[in-house]
Design a binder for this molecule. Sequence first.
Ligand SMILES: Nc1nc2c(ncn2[C@@H]2O[C@H](COP(=O)(O)OP(=O)(O)OP(=O)(O)O)[C@@H](O)[C@H]2O)c(=O)[nH]1
Ligand SMILES: [Mg+2]
Length: 442
Amino acid sequence: MASFAEEDPDTLRRSHPTGTLERAVLVGTIDPDRSEPEEPLSELAGLASSAGVDIAASLTQKRDRPSPKYFIGTGKVTELSRLIHDHGADVVIFDNDLTPAQVRNLERELKRRVLDRTELILDIFATHARTQQAKLQVELAQLEYAVPRLRSWGLHLTSEQQAGGTGMGVGMRGPGEKQLEEDKRHARRRILNLRREIREIEQHKRREVSARSAENYCVSLVGYTNAGKSTLMNALTRAGVLVEDRMFSTLDTRTRLWHLKNGGRVLLSDTVGFIRKLPHALVASFHATLEEVAQADLLLHVVDASHPEAEQHMRAVQDVLAELECADKPSLVVFNKIDKLRDALELSILRNRHPQCVGISAVTGAGLDELDRRITEVLASRLVEMDLLVPVSEGKLLSEILSHSVVLEQSFVDEHVRMRVRAPRFAVWKLERFSNHLTTNK
Ligand SMILES: Nc1nc2c(ncn2[C@@H]2O[C@H](COP(=O)(O)OP(=O)(O)OP(=O)(O)O)[C@@H](O)[C@H]2O)c(=O)[nH]1
Ligand SMILES: [Mg+2]
């Protein structure tokens, strides 16, 4: 699996064809019925920096319904045009999704490239994708999103603005670029091929994950992007996953054994983070990457407790889980980054709202023992008590039983080991043929 830990993050920052970093004006609307957030475009700013763009200025407008022509009002478009010129911006990024007509009208008016939120997220995925699987999945998502918009791409831009290669601007990068210049027929053919390739990867991945989950209790880390999933993965398993203070650092899945303090073990997976309004095309194309989540016995929902919008993040994660049909999976909320909280009151408020939660800091290690204990309890509650009579010739099976079951009694009878064990559910099917009877089934 490719790792980009050794890569200089600066190589991920993109520059304008002239060699300087691209400068963007951020634009968003605020619902007039809701209280105004302190920094309404802070998440978009985080996304823009993750895409390697410099933020020149930002602009918001209170409105409940978007204007069909420009999304924002005509007066705001004039204001935006002035901002672009004052700050020498190259690109305009909207916090919302725009219709192809709105993009066309804005680009014609502003003489700048206009990106919406989905395109920006797709661009980050394209820039951060390292494995072949992630690259194919991003290309599919980009094409699915771009094909209905093909006519609007680059129609009113100068040839310099459409320049390719390393000077390619934000929103015009990634493996989909060539196809965007080709006709729709060509792009559709590519989509069909990509879907086929990804389906094959997915089937292979499903078999691989099924085989693993037949042998192990599987726990998957899920959560908002930048919540600290990979940091926690490293703290629990020394997996050496890349950790960065930017969005969508992780785009693949890493699975490692997590050895619990009582000698038990689980398979822990770290995967791609979620975000509010994660583009549907991405959720659909990243199914193979998210296979571990789909097959997990338990989800650890990692939340950045220090983030002012932690609750909204949790809801956004629930929405994506629902889209993956995983909303009803057993899960445990893990409030991370408690070292960043101003006082203990903040955590107790969260604990009151989510009584089953665990508070941790993946960086300082606080709370990790409690997390270990909670997982141990979950595992214990899933153990099935069995009476077994196993031939001593079944050495491999016997050592497996010892590695993941609690042995309550053991004696030797005529070349056989008679045992009473508490075995994990996933192992029951293997042990059944040696079982006298199931004594307990909690
Ligand atoms: N102070 C503090 N920072 C943390 C903690 N856990 C993670 N971080 C920081 O948060 C940032 C994001 O951490 P990651 O582990 O990459 O987050 P992630 O959830 O894997 O993010 P993506 O893969 O991008 O979705 C990094 O700068 C980490 O050092 C914590 O407990 N305390
Ligand atoms: Mg990560």
